[in-house]
Design a protein around this ligand. Sequence first.
Ligand code: SF4
Ligand code: SF4
Length: 369
Amino acid sequence: MEYTQYGKTGLRVSRFGLGCMRFPPNEADAIEMVRYAIDHGVNYIDTAYVYKDSEVITGKALKNGYRDRTYLATKSPIWNITRHEDFEKYLDEELIRLKTDHIDVYLLHNLNCDNWEKVKKYDGLTFLDKMVQKGKIGHKAFSVHNTFPAFQEIVDSFDWEMAQIQLNILDEHQQVGVEGVRYASEKGLATVIMEPLRGGFLLGSVPEEVYGIIDAYPEKRSFVEWCFRWLYNMPEVTVVLSGTSTLEQLKDNLRIFEHSAADVMSKEDIRLIQKIREAFDSKKSVGCTGCRYCMPCPKGVDIPEIFKLYNSYQLMKTHWVDKEVYQSILVPSGVGADQCVSCGVCMQHCPQDLKIPELLIKVHGELKE
Ligand code: SF4
Ligand code: SF4
């Protein structure tokens, strides 16, 4: 296992972190999995109040000395907060669930537009400072599904020590993206990557050509391995989380991360990742190339961003994040398809001859469901 500095905190963490969102259904199997990970060098465990019974099971798994061998991260359920005092009330409940007297890294969970407003309204940032002083938490952090400008505002608003960001080979410039990882890292924050395989949905939607591309490449690695390698290759990435559901998956992840130093990919490797992306792109439902010639829309509709989200959603239909981003970020920000008045100005500039207003109505209907 490779280890690295956790931002400016002084902690030294494994580059692979165990995500506890998708435990196996059997509690004993889940406990065995957590302990197996720790016994094989993983020292970073990530859970959350809202991950069903994950905190309770994690607390049981960390008994018998395992807690002392890990840095434990968990998250505040911002959705449930209705007054300032609620922050500490939920934290205290989490400490009981996790059978510990402190959380090493405490996150404000999913700072989308609504949740970030709530944090400001109920002074969640002062709460974090107070909990550090009381010794209930070690380090202050947040997770996020949001745009890059909104992310910058959050990063610049407080003395954060870590940002947890969705990133994978297909989301290079989606949501916070690589730009966000670099921005946070430059500011001295640790960066923890979530959804490296889009909760596994990436694996269920791999076009056949991708396997052909990988098979033809001289360096033999699996698709999963290339996905992780692209992430840990970035020096700005601190920890990559993987929420394994079986011991076999965990063992495979541990093998992949055994040598997970940054800056190991060659130019040819990067070109391979680009080819993989192009194979995914060829399956797009809407043939938008993201050229942005249609912009700006006089009504503020972010046409390419909406089509990018829709294509991602179509590829992995069961995955909730694209809908969540559309409903909780794009629409409230006034750049959703609902703003379109079908003036047709954008169509005059689209080199792909897309019937943009018609497509926007269809896309809005599906993403709003
Ligand atoms: S048709 Fe809709 S999206 Fe296109 S320019 Fe007009 S308002 Fe904007
Ligand atoms: S001009 Fe057409 S292809 Fe280009 S971003 Fe707009 S909708 Fe997409």
